[in-house]
Design a protein around this ligand. Sequence first.
Ligand code: BMA
Length: 313
Amino acid sequence: MSNRELFTRHPGNPILSAADWPYAVNVVFNPAAAQLDDTTVVVARVEDLRGLSHLSVARSPNGVDGWTVDPEPLLAATDGVESELWGFEDPRVVFAPELERWVITCTAYGPAGPAVFLATTEDFRTVERHGIVRQPEDKNAALLPHRIDGKWLLFHRPKTEYGGARGEIVLSRSADLESWSTPEPVLRPREGAWWDASRIGIGPPPIETEHGWLLIYHGVKEMVGGAVYRAGLALLDRDEPTRVLHRLPEWILGPDASYERTGDVPNTVFPCGAIHDSETDVVRLYYGAADTSICLATATLGDLLDAVCSSPS
Ligand code: BMA
């Protein structure tokens, strides 16, 4: 068992917070991340002063500082649309070469509960709304960047139970991004006292490697003092991602710094974005801290793969 977490926090954390926004907001957190040529883009969940969330874009030349935040949201609730009455939350983005677009998966929140919403964008300045792809209650969704065996694969986390499972990561397949197969189980919460025993959900879209899909996920442990949100690691088969090849026992990032311990939801790290630089091998993990700010932590893909590949399934 290692005695340190695999990710190193950036000393400039939090790298973005409500004070950086060009208008008054409560908190900014749970960011998706994308690298566009020389610009790092984060798509942040922004909670306004009513408590409702929308998605907004911030751009930086180095992904650390010098951020420019767009004055208008990228995706916000449309008046009169019931399924998005309470806004949009927790985006993930992935570039799909076949579509020549970035695909945004996020939560649309309305009276029926959270649902998985899909949109696409070329430039993170305007979006094309595709609509709800998994009905309530369902959330924590990320698409793989390309088809496998002719199908798009969407990871998500239904609240309703499939096969007697609880709070687990499942996968649905689609030929057209419109109609979806029955969800298949991928990764379940562990049991008892484990750090990921209460429920789990996907983090950023999985990273494709020669060994398989590297999955960063969040795990929740309900404690007497409230839930603790941490991040963990698994490796999924490259051709059949419902097959879990390895799963790291220890978490890779858990609440420790003051900005993760204290905030609107204490003891929370919630990663939604990861960018791998193939030249340096560095993975930049963008995460929400305590549902209050946006933070950055880094590791090398090589170290993550070494750790997960030496773990059981
Ligand atoms: C989850 C999601 C996240 C949030 C987390 C902790 O259910 O709603 O957006 O960061 O709870 O509050």
